[in-house]
Write a protein that binds this ligand. Structure first.
Ligand SMILES: C[S@@+](CC[C@H](N)C(=O)[O-])C[C@H]1O[C@@H](n2cnc3c(N)ncnc32)[C@H](O)[C@@H]1O
Length: 265
């Protein structure tokens, strides 16, 4: 992973070279819609407070959890035992991006959601709250973490979440084999080039024209940047949106000429 200084410099470069985030000068109606109705939607949705209250409680919880190490995990820790508040501080997507995931599911209304990387369940909760009739499957390799996430879903009253425990490397192929299709996927774990590309290839087997895949931390390391470049360039991808801390790909055939957007968020 890049040092904080290098990442900071990259972020500054992104900020000054990106589209201004207001949609001015964006000629794609689909992307203009994304900017104006999803990215910049400042509405306060019903679930926001209860999920953030849960995050607050996790940030105060000093209980130690036994963790399995899956490689490229956190920027701050590599030990096998971590406190819940340390995980909550370093591994979870900040509110701004977690809420963006909620708004994307709320707006695009995918039939189902798949998440790789549950951790304590914060982004899962946002993804699942957008439509409690739509199934959300989330995968997590660390047993104790998955168990805690399960309790968190109960606390939030979320009944549409299924947790698949185990390594993505074998859980995802099993899932893909039986899934009829994948509609919306958030890939937030194992941030290395080869695994990320392998997960992408597997997901491609079941994507359709309206599928959306969100990759986390696409500028986190040179490996992730290399993976992101290959994903954007893939022939099935017709549109990509780079928000620096996440990269989103679409497969819409209506997008006749492939376009890559970098948008300030
Ligand atoms: C960044 S955290 C997910 C954070 C969560 N999406 C959020 O923002 O609320 C990544 C999680 O993926 C899990 N993970 C990483 N690599 C994995 C693998 N190969 N198989 C299963 N789980 C893995 C880690 O245990 C960790 O809990």
């Amino acid at each position: 992973m890049y040092s904080s200084v290098k990442l900071g410099i990259k972020f500054i470069r992104y900020w000054f070279s990106a589209e201004n985030g207001k949609g001015h000068g964006v000629h794609s109606p689909f992307v203009f819609d994304f900017i104006s109705k999803v990215l910049n939607d400042e509405g306060e949705y019903y679930c926001y407070n209860s999920i953030e209250q849960l995050r607050e409680d996790l940030l105060k919880n000093t209980t130690l959890l036994e963790l399995e190490d899956f490689g490229a995990g956190s920027r701050m820790h590599a030990s096998y035992k971590r406190r819940i508040n340390e995980i909550a501080l370093s591994s979870l997507k900040p509110r701004k991006f977690a809420r963006l995931l909620f708004r994307m599911v709320n707006y695009y209304q995918p039939d189902s959601v798949l998440e790789l990387g549950t951790s304590l369940g914060i982004t899962t909760a946002y993804l699942a709250s957008a439509d409690e009739q739509k199934p959300v499957t989330t995968m997590e390799g660390a047993k104790a973490v998955a168990a805690l996430a399960g309790n968190n879903f109960k606390r939030l009253g979320l009944k549409n979440v299924s947790i698949i425990e185990g390594n993505f490397d074998y859980r995802l192929p099993q899932f893909i084999k039986t899934a009829a299709k994948v509609d919306f996927v958030y890939v937030d774990g194992n941030h290395r080039k080869e695994p990320t590309l392998k997960y992408f290839e597997l997901l491609l087997e079941k994507i359709h024209d309206n599928s959306i895949i969100v990759f986390d931390d696409v500028h986190w390391s040179s490996e992730m940047e290399a993976a992101w470049d290959l994903i954007k360039a893939h022939s099935r991808v017709t549109l990509s949106i780079d928000l620096f801390f996440v990269g989103i790909v679409f497969f819409r055939p209506e997008q006749k000429i492939k376009q890559d957007f970098v948008i300030r968020f």
